[in-house]
Design a protein around this ligand. Structure first.
Ligand code: ADP
Length: 628
């Protein structure tokens, strides 16, 4: 198929379509080019008068880059040129430099120039028109002086940076409060645009100050001089680039060599010197100088006219001191200018580990607090236990009195019997003695009876008094068999009254427990009294209460009080131990609850069940005094 020849209608149509496609393709390609043009990188040229490889200028450059990056709109390229005019003076070099720059930037349009330093500003004043005629300029790192403002070209702006001689003096006086002499080191003291007017500044601040000006001296001379300075002096340095004899230095290493010999504190002027030598002072912050100038450059790139940005002083000087040097020269931090930053401070143990120390101290405190709370709790519990025992003892006593009250009828009966017998016997003896020949043997026999009856009555009274005696609660080792025997003996009168048979079946061997005898007696007594109550209404033959002692689980003492009564309803087996639960018309419902409290206070257990043969059995288990 030959393109361009429209033979038939189909071919014509295809040809037309292909043409349209080609046109569209070309159109889209041309749009790409426009877009690519639109994305052309914006460019900043950083022009500085020293050497980018020195720490001070490389930090300035880094600051400008940071500002360019942070602005973050269109991509920006940053070029850098070190003029190095101080090390390479003379018109020939400048001519060749201009030629070189013209060639280099012929195809690279520059959108904004950031000029760093006074020498660079001067160079632009002389030669900008030949190299970058249309580029606006931001001047950075220049002092705000009429002389520097005079250098500014039209369509430019500036961010000023400068340390005044008075500030160096202020720093020196902070470090040496009784200062009366300063030694000036470094070329800047000669430069009218940096510290050139120091004489007026010093005279205004300290008219009597003695000044040794070593600004024109060689490094060797400076080193010789600074090693034997008098006590009330300080060394004020500015950057040293050459020793005036054709030897060039990096300012930091020149300063380090001065510091090697110096016997007095050195006041420095750049953030890049701190930590290497010198005590500190008002320091230029090169990164900040770069960033401030860079930010203004970005504003211009974004369309602001340089002339609309009024030159302003940057926030690029700060009093900074080296903590180690402050200690070396015994400087009181309170004397330092306000807002001073202290670097290289060795942290105290507290500063370094205060988090750890705080946490440990808090844990210890918390622990101490918890121990105090626990101790208090323990004490309160102890007090409560003592009080509870006291109450229980009082309650048990009341319970005993109540029991004694209940027993009063049978006691009266018990006493009446011997008393009546005594009366009858006494009357019989009187009758016998009235006869003319009394039978003295019979009288003796009657008197013996009277004595026995009296002893019987006395025994009843003794038991009652012993029962009602109020003794302080005290736990002692005792034999359960003896204790249960005493309770059964004591209740024998009451049992007799109700015609109830009391039976004890003690274990063969002694069972020793540690207990309060009176309290434990009370508990068992309540169980036996209940047993008597439970069988009292039964026919004669079945009225029996049995007390057994033995061992349970090998290491528990066991007392069981069984009766032949009707037993306990299963659903009441636990309810009966609650206070004031009673099924009796005259009952108070405290007997079992007291028994329960007493047994628990002794670390034991009480429970009730029904015997298979009928009747209730109450069991009390207690820890043995000496576990087997
Ligand atoms: P009270 O004897 O004044 O009723 P207790 O606390 O001693 O008070 O007894 C509470 C209740 O337990 C009694 O009312 C009775 O219902 C029941 N109970 C106690 N011991 C026995 C027993 N041996 N047989 C049957 N029920 C008993």
């Amino acid at each position: 198929m030959q393109w361009g020849r429209a033979d038939g209608p189909v071919e014509r149509m295809i040809t037309g379509l292909v043409r349209i496609l080609i046109v569209c393709l070309l159109a889209s390609l041309s749009r790409e080019c426009i877009a690519a043009d639109g994305k052309r990188q914006r460019s900043i040229l950083v022009l500085e008068d020293a050497d980018f490889r020195s720490p001070f200028y490389s930090e300035i450059f880094a600051g400008i880059r940071t500002a360019a990056k942070q602005s973050g709109r269109s991509p920006t390229v940053t070029y850098g040129e070190s003029l190095d005019l101080a090390r390479f003076p003379g018109p020939d070099y400048e001519e060749s430099l201009v030629g070189h720059l013209r060639t280099k930037y012929a195809q690279r349009p520059i959108d904004v120039i950031v000029s760093i330093g006074v020498a660079s500003a001067k160079f632009l004043q002389r030669r900008k028109q030949e190299i970058w005629p249309g580029a606006p300029v931001v001047y950075g790192f220049v002092p705000d002086l009429p002389e520097t403002r005079a250098l500014f070209l039209p369509d430019t702006t500036a961010v000023f940076a400068r340390i005044r001689p008075a500030q160096l003096l202020m720093a020196a006086r902070a470090v040496v409060p009784d200062l009366n002499r300063v030694v000036l080191v470094g070329e800047a003291w000669k430069n009218p645009l940096t510290y050139g007017q120091w004489k007026q500044d010093f005279a205004a601040a300290m008219p009597d100050l003695e000044v040794t000006d070593l600004s024109g001296a060689t490094l060797r001379e400076v080193r010789d001089h600074v090693g034997s300075l008098p006590a009330r002096s300080a060394i004020l340095t500015s950057a040293m680039y050459s020793d005036g004899e054709g030897t060039y230095y990096s300012p930091a290493s020149a300063l380090a060599r001065v510091a090697e010999k110096a016997n007095r504190p050195i006041i420095i002027t750049s953030d890049t010197f701190i930590g290497r030598s010198g005590v500190g002072g008002f320091l230029l912050l090169p990164e900040m100088i770069g960033r401030e100038a860079g930010e203004v450059a970005m504003r211009i790139l974004d369309g602001e006219a340089p002339s609309s940005i009024v030159p302003f002083g940057g926030d690029n000087v700060k009093p900074i001191f080296d903590w180690r040097e402050l200690r070396r020269w015994n400087v009181d931090e309170a004397n330092l200018p306000s807002g001073s930053e202290i670097r290289f401070r060795q942290q105290t143990f507290w500063e370094q580990y205060h988090w750890h120390a705080t946490i440990v101290a808090s844990v210890v405190l918390l622990q101490a607090l918890m121990i105090a709370i626990l101790l208090r709790e323990r004490r309160l519990r102890f007090v409560a236990e003592v009080e509870a025992r006291q109450r229980m003892s009082e309650l048990a006593h009341m319970n005993r009195r109540a029991t004694a009250g209940e027993m009063s009828v049978s006691l009266a009966h018990e006493l009446n019997q011997p008393l009546a017998a005594i009366l009858i016997n006494a009357e019989s003896a009187q009758q016998i003695l009235l006869s003319p020949a009394p039978d003295l043997d019979e009288v003796r026999d009657i008197l013996d009876h009277i004595c026995r009856d009296d002893q019987r009555a006395a025994e009843v009274i003794r038991r009652l008094r012993a029962f009602l005696k109020r003794e302080p609660t005290e736990r002692r080792e005792l034999d359960l068999n003896t204790m249960v025997g005493e309770v059964f003996r004591f209740l024998s009168v009451q049992a007799l009254t109700h015609d109830v048979e009391l039976v004890t079946e003690p274990s063969a061997a002694e069972i020793r427990v540690k207990a309060d005898n009176i309290q434990l007696q009370q508990a068992i007594l309540n169980l036996v009294v209940n047993g008597i109550d439970a069988v009292a209404h039964l026919p004669d033959k079945r009225r029996r209460v049995i007390g057994r002692t033995g061992l349970a689980d090998g290491n528990q003492a066991l007392v069981s009080i069984a009766d032949t009564g009707d037993g306990i309803l299963a659903e009441r087996a636990t309810e009966i131990f609650k206070p004031f639960f009673t099924t009796k018309a005259q009952g108070m419902g405290i007997g079992l609850s007291i028994a329960h409290t007493i047994v628990e206070a002794h670390g034991g257990r009480i429970w009730a069940e029904n015997a298979p043969s009928g009747g209730a059995v109450f069991h009390v288990s207690l820890p043995l005094a000496a576990p087997r």
